[in-house]
Write a protein that binds this ligand. Structure first.
Ligand SMILES: *Cc1c(COP(=O)(O)O)cnc(C)c1O
Length: 232
């Protein structure tokens, strides 16, 4: 078993090579370490190796880790599906939320964000694959949602996020990532100042960076494979 520190170095190297291959600066792509299902000790190990930003998918698990590791002053990102009855914990434990896909959730997060905290940094999740996946707003509905979210007082809209369906075909991935980048450009043309394209995971970070990703969300390549979900 390789160590988290070694894995982190390998991921940073992949980011660097992918960026250089398409003429981008490696510093234009930030690394979010996705620690869902892994214990707080694994996060400590990654933090000791210099990693500052971590992503969590589940409200209870993530909030518990945020509290247990408060001494490390890490930057926490919520990247999982969010139900409206769980927004309060997320509004006050996390610096970022990537998975905004309806106005009601955004309104609650804005209303519940503590006054002494800086605005919550958010991305709108877009369903770029269409068919199967249920999370994310349809591409045709992004603009209306983005304009409404950008107007909320305690949120700062930073950009768009997507989780394209896995594909062995780089051309299919390139199309999905390209679609997200195009939507971002459309919103920019509408006057929204967006600097974040949250796309790319362990299996497709190279294609995402080629497509303009500014933030890759990497779990298994850093922490190892997760137990597969128990089928319902
Ligand atoms: C789990 C997860 C990741 C990380 O996936 P890996 O394939 O382990 O890198 C990234 N983004 C989201 C939204 C996730 O749920």
């Amino acid at each position: 078993m390789t160590s988290i520190c070694t894995n982190l170095q390998a991921v940073r190297q992949r980011i660097k090579e992918a960026a250089e291959l398409c003429g981008r600066s490696p510093s234009a792509v930030s690394l979010l370490a996705v620690s869902k299902t892994f214990p707080a000790e694994a996060v400590r190990e990654a933090a000791a190796a210099g990693q500052r930003a971590f992503g969590e998918n589940y409200v209870q698990e993530g909030s518990a880790k945020v509290e247990a590791l408060a001494d490390l002053k890490l930057e926490w990102h919520f990247i999982g599906p969010l139900q409206s009855n769980k927004t309060r914990l997320v509004a006050n434990h996390f610096a970022w939320v990537h998975s905004i896909d309806r106005l009601r959730i955004a309104e609650r997060l804005s209303a519940q964000r503590d006054a002494h905290l800086p605005p919550l940094q958010v991305c709108i999740q877009v369903n770029v694959s269409g068919e199967q996946s249920k999370s994310g707003v349809a591409p045709g509905e992004v603009e209306e949602l983005a304009l409404a979210v950008a107007a909320l007082p305690r949120l700062t809209l930073r950009g768009l996020m997507a989780i394209p369906e896995p594909s062995e075909d780089p051309a299919v991935l390139a199309r999905r990532f390209g679609e997200l980048a195009r939507l971002r450009d459309q919103l920019t043309a509408r006057g929204l100042a967006l600097d974040t394209l949250s796309m790319g995971m362990s299996a497709d970070l190279e294609e995402a960076i080629a497509g303009g990703s500014t933030l890759v969300r990497i779990g298994s390549a850093i922490f190892g494979s997760r137990p597969s979900p128990v089928s319902a």
